[in-house]
Design a protein around this ligand. Structure first.
Ligand SMILES: NC(=O)c1ccc[n+]([C@@H]2O[C@H](COP(=O)([O-])OP(=O)(O)OC[C@H]3O[C@@H](n4cnc5c(N)ncnc54)[C@H](O)[C@@H]3O)[C@@H](O)[C@H]2O)c1
Ligand SMILES: N[C@H](CO)Cc1c[nH]c[nH+]1
Ligand SMILES: [Zn+2]
Length: 405
């Protein structure tokens, strides 16, 4: 399907969910995921979540907890760096800004090809740190395994629904009898999921468009060949649509790397033999989700990086460190959208409101406002300023309407 066909296809499914709610959800669960949940329903009970948490091996529990604690610490720190509110007073006018969290959020945790317990944490923790009250998680039935449910429990998520793909996005945006609508949908997914997020934007908020994953690797002549091969393969294994770019200053190194990559992986790799400085220019144009600077002297290169979802610096930092453990969310903008958007973070879930408080003594300001309104021929805008200093009884005296409102 090309992009236009996907768009029509997705819009038909969303329309069906909007009009037929749960009935349509059950139909698509059967069609795309081959499960019949019409009797049991698709909300996951607390018992199922608790049982999964009991079953999971201790060692895996500790792995997940270790990541959770890094990711939580990072986002709490980020929250502490955001000024909750600020204002200043000038000529009797008080102006500023304050932040409030989005009230309800749907986390899309992908689960077509792989289970993604890491994505549960990478989406839930920034939302928690921002103070979102209602956090809902959706994930396809195929990969809703114990690790996914345990991760959700660890993050305190109580509302979990066993649905994925377009119908999950439709249900989160329009609501069904089972699932109450949310205000914002975040999280990565395949091409259908991203198209669905695009189409519901406006009715609900969305984060960035995080689609098939990608990495650009800038490699110098001395990088250990195995590091590059492993990092390319780590992207390719996600998805046949995953993209990898290798920009290397040495023809010898490039050929060593290419020799070790399987044929199938080479189909998903674009290479460029160029200087390290030129490589940064090319990467800025690609705006990749992940950028690895596998070079010894990365400082100067780093200064020139303008467009990348996350930058992994030095030989010792694989993209997988950010996927699972380091701290920042691995939900990052793909397909060039790092030129204008950022990865998931506490900021994603905070809305800014402006604060304005006037003082009745500032007559000059009211006069300016009234004069500006006059320039736009907006009589009631003008009056709303004038009434505060010139003619306080305007509305009580005026019976006649001068403008049809
Ligand atoms: N950028 C990021 O931050 C990030 C993080 C993790 C994963 N990812 C990406 O997320 C994607 C996950 O994709 P996935 O497919 O494994 O899981 P997914 O959950 O996005 O999609 C699976 C669902 O798609 C629906 N579906 C499948 N075929 C369909 C069809 N023909 N028509 C309509 N719906 C259909 C089904 O309901 C299925 O359950 C990958 O591309 C991966 O690279 C990105
Ligand atoms: N590389 C993916 C997108 O950043 C995240 C991920 C999860 N699990 C493994 N990898
Ligand atoms: Zn990954």
């Amino acid at each position: 399907m090309d992009a236009k066909q996907i768009s029509i296809y997705v819009s038909d499914i969303i329309e069906d969910i909007k009009n037929n709610g749960d009935e349509a959800v059950f139909k698509y669960l059967k069609k795309f995921d081959n499960v019949d949940l019409s009797k049991k329903g698709y909300r996951v009970s607390q018992k199922v979540i608790d049982d999964a948490a009991k079953r999971i091996p201790k060692q895996l529990k500790n792995v997940i907890k270790s990541s959770y604690s890094n990711i939580l610490a990072y986002h709490k720190y980020e929250r502490s760096q955001i000024k909750k509110r600020w204002n200043y007073v000038k000529n009797g006018l008080k102006i500023g800004q304050f932040y409030r969290p989005v009230e309800s959020v749907g986390l899309y945790v992908p689960g077509g090809r792989f289970p993604y317990p890491s994505t549960v944490i990478m989406t839930a923790v920034p939302a928690m740190a921002a103070g979102v009250k209602r956090i809902v998680m959706v994930t396809p039935p195929k990969n809703m395994n114990d690790a996914v449910l345990f991760s959700a429990k660890l993050c305190g998520i109580k509302e979990i629904y066993c649905i994925g793909g377009v119908m999950a996005v439709g249900a989160l945006a329009y609501g069904t009898k089972t699932l109450k609508k949310v205000d914002m949908i975040v999280g990565p997914g395949n091409a259908y999921v991203n198209e669905a997020k695009k189409q519901v934007f406006g009715r609900v908020g969305i984060d960035s468009l995080a689609g098939p994953t990608e990495v650009a690797i800038i490699a110098d002549k001395d990088v250990p060949t195995d590091y590059v091969v492993a990092d390319v393969m780590a992207q390719v294994e996600h998805d046949p649509l995953a993209k990898t770019y290798l920009l290397c200053e040495s023809a010898k190194k490039m050929s060593e790397i290419e020799k070790l990559l399987p044929k199938e992986a080479l189909k998903q790799l674009r290479t460029e033999l160029c200087s390290l400085n030129k490589a940064v220019d090319i990467v800025n144009n690609i705006a990749p989700e992940h950028l690895e600077l596998l070079v010894k002297n990365y400082q100067i290169l780093l200064k020139n990086v303008r467009n990348a979802g996350a930058v992994f610096v030095g030989y010792q930092t694989p993209t997988a460190s950010g996927d699972y453990w380091a701290g920042p969310s691995h939900v990052l903008p793909t397909n060039g959208s790092a030129k204008f958007s950022s990865g998931l973070s506490v900021m994603t879930f905070l809305k800014r409101s402006a604060y304005i408080e006037m003082n009745k003594n500032n007559k000059k300001a009211y006069k300016t406002i009234a004069d500006f309104a006059q320039a736009e021929n907006m009589q009631y805008h003008k009056k709303s300023a004038e009434v505060r200093y010139l003619i306080p009884s305007f509305f009580s005296k005026c019976k006649e309407r001068t403008v049809d409102i």
